[in-house]
Ligand binder design. Structure first.
Ligand SMILES: Cc1cc2nc3c(=O)[nH]c(=O)nc-3n(C[C@H](O)[C@H](O)[C@H](O)COP(=O)(O)O)c2cc1C
Length: 215
């Protein structure tokens, strides 16, 4: 079985990214790009991002999670702290986030340090989730090998019974991470593979250095 993809090729022609359009703070540019992606019918799940961390086995691993908030402080996502990624981050909190919005020919790559979110903020977000998602956080030991789908469904049923008529509180092993960025790269596809790449790097005085990278 094989398929030759060698002539799969697309010319990127939608937009350019020039230094003259780069604000001093990359979160401002992130907001401009994100709001555009979010309102575009060319982008589905604009807040889906890939996060990569170095696992306990020494290998990087990527997986998709949902960005739930961004601000000048950083980028927030929620997960199970005991998952493979949770253990990876506990061991090495240098992580990388990336967005690829194919329809807009844009990529954003963020390097930063992940820190557990304050408990009250994770509580507030957990309370905003539908009951089913809250129960799922109790019923799934994320990343653990399970014997069957049946085991998962039975776990869910047992937590449904346990919490019947009661408030479904946040399990301590579930919560948010705030990723504090120190490097944010914006990539805009351009014709002839001469793409625009602008990287912001955080400086000691908390200003951001703006550099263009070769494509
Ligand atoms: C579109 C999409 C959104 C997802 N959002 C989340 C999320 O917000 N949090 C999460 O823990 N997993 C999310 N997942 C599942 C993760 O990709 C991953 O399977 C899970 O977190 C277990 O990862 P790990 O075993 O590497 O820790 C999402 C997957 C997809 C495809």
């Amino acid at each position: 079985m094989s398929k030759d993809l060698s002539n799969y090729r697309k010319s990127y022609e939608r937009q350019e990214l020039l230094e003259s359009n780069c604000p001093e703070n990359p979160i401002e540019l992130f907001q401009i790009w994100f709001l555009n992606a979010d309102s575009s019918n060319l982008v589905d799940e604009s807040n889906a991002m890939t996060i990569s961390a170095i696992g306990l086995d020494g290998f990087p691993k990527n997986r998709v999670v949902l960005l739930k908030k961004y601000s000048p402080d950083g980028f927030i996502f929620y997960t199970n702290y005991n998952s493979e990624k949770g253990n990876a981050i506990a061991n090495n909190n240098n992580i990388c986030l990336s967005f690829f919005w194919a329809g807009l020919e844009q990529q954003i790559i963020i390097k930063g340090k992940a820190e557990k979110l304050a408990e009250n903020l994770s509580d507030d977000y957990f309370k905003s989730r539908p009951d089913g998602s809250r129960l799922g956080a109790w019923a799934s030991n994320q990343s653990v090998v399970v014997s069957s789908r049946k085991e998962l469904d039975e776990n869910l049923s047992s937590f449904e019974k346990k919490f019947e008529g009661k408030e479904i509180l946040r399990p301590k092993h579930w919560g948010g991470y705030l990723v504090k960025p120190f490097s944010i790269e914006f990539w805009q596809g351009r014709p002839n593979r001469m793409h625009d790449r602008i990287r912001y790097s955080l400086q000691k005085d908390f200003s951001w250095k703006i550099e263009r990278l070769a494509p």
